[in-house]
Design a protein around this ligand. Sequence first.
Ligand SMILES: Cc1cc2nc3c(=O)[nH]c(=O)nc-3n(C[C@H](O)[C@H](O)[C@H](O)COP(=O)(O)OP(=O)(O)OC[C@H]3O[C@@H](n4cnc5c(N)ncnc54)[C@H](O)[C@@H]3O)c2cc1C
Length: 391
Amino acid sequence: MTKTVEIKNSEYFLLSTKQKDWLDKAYKFANRVTVDSILEADSQNIFPYDLFEAACEVGFGSLPFEPGFGGGGGDYVSFALVNEVMARKSVPIMSSLGVHVLCQEPIYAFGTLDQKNKYLIPSSSGKALGAFGLTEPEAGSDTANIQTQAKMVANGYVLNGTKVFITSGASASFYIVMARLITENNNGNTNGKGKSDTITAFIVDRQTAGLSIGQKFDMLGMRGYSTCELVFNDCFVPSENLLGEHFHGRKVALSSLAKGRVTIASQATGWAYGAIDALMVYFKRHPKAMKKTYYERIGHLLALAASTRIKTLEAASLVDTGNLSVKDSSIAKWHATDVAMEVVSEAMNIVGIECQDKSLLLEKIYRDAKAGQIYEGTNQIQRMLVGKFLT
Ligand SMILES: Cc1cc2nc3c(=O)[nH]c(=O)nc-3n(C[C@H](O)[C@H](O)[C@H](O)COP(=O)(O)OP(=O)(O)OC[C@H]3O[C@@H](n4cnc5c(N)ncnc54)[C@H](O)[C@@H]3O)c2cc1C
């Protein structure tokens, strides 16, 4: 007799009523997004801004922040749940939503009152979209090797350099940009303390003269996020757009990247469950294919996905209590994205050639999960960071 599998989601049992409300809102939102629109964003590589604005209207755009400055008044556990659902259902704004919050985080932490009013309030409604400019052609994992320069001039800074692979880049209205600060005194040198000593953070408006969108990347996974180059060519940024203090760019970046890795872990949890959902659709189409051996293999996949959800929600609750360490966020990110890759690969093995049917979304999840292992720090680098803590 063929057994059916019920996905119980029992790891949710500890959630508060408020957290469950966010989870319900996320499912309500995601269930309205059609597979056709998901496939269109993916194949045409276009970012559906309307959908992003609609998500902000529900409150997802600034969910984990206090109500002042437009924050949604939720917590990181709730934001993790929303991201999990967005990824599980392949909602094509998922990655931009994560980056958007990643950009608001340092403005809350280090921004001036004017910056908070100017960027956070429109961010919460979706009128503004943030993008995070860190990576460069010669500075991926080695972020200390940033070559973009910010030269100090009267009333501001002049930026020159190129950022690559910037999620939401071509759709965003402002950017958090990391650059090497050149002052009269340091001439770009680091006083011998370390390569990252001069890195400084700026908020750059999209319309700033001297900033242009370079090549748009035709990505393998995470398509449809207007991922592109940002080119700074004598781009004048006024003093009031300095974010935090001179030479504190690393501190500014780290304040949000550790939380960002938890967000990625929650996306990966969603990919793992999304792959299992696709498997269930496949078995509905082919009930006779559900043999006993497959039943056991699906149990194995559910165990992997549940372990990831537990680790991710644990990490998110550490954010909420102010106890998240780089070690915890790195472990959550690498574990979740590796598990997602394992689960989706195995789901594809079970489905066989039908995994190429795009409407199952399995092959899309496979491509997205691969990107998840790389972005915001490769999993090899995460293990290296954790190793440093443990030795
Ligand atoms: C979908 C996607 C979206 C992205 N969005 C953004 C964005 O919004 N903003 C942004 O700034 N960046 C973004 N990135 C860039 C991303 O953060 C980088 O790709 C990532 O940091 C890795 O850098 P890299 O690709 O240059 O790889 P590299 O740093 O060149 O690494 C290549 C390989 O070498 C290994 N390696 C490197 N250094 C070491 C070392 N010291 N020890 C051992 N192994 C090492 C790595 O683990 C990896 O396997 C995005 C990337 C992707 C794929």
